[in-house]
Write a new protein. Sequence first.
Length: 134
Amino acid sequence: MLVQLISYTAEPEKTIAAAAKLCYSDAHIETLLDGLTPEKTAAFLQRLSDVGHASPIEHASFTFGIEGVSRTFLAQVTRHRIASFSVQSQRYVATASPVSACRASAMCVWRISATSSRLRSRPSPRRRRSSSTR
């Protein structure tokens, strides 16, 4: 498996703090980054943590290219929607051998999340038996 970082938010903490500043101050877009020192950035991040406000954290992102993973892996990771995905098509991309058709390439954008609730799969609802089958 090959994993390569393709792009990322240059200053993720400052980006998150700017989003928080927009939520909690009368700042305007043109002046949003003004005065956002490392100390104030840390204070905004601490405030987000204290109040449980997670949405500004999603403004930071990291894009990875991944090669050599199984289609089973891709089916599971895309099922949970913890990222945005672009997957190499088996339909439009010719493979050199049948073995390579079992390996996949993908580009994934992971957004940092403050909670792991997106990682949990939802259990399928249990089917009730009808009274006639009891």
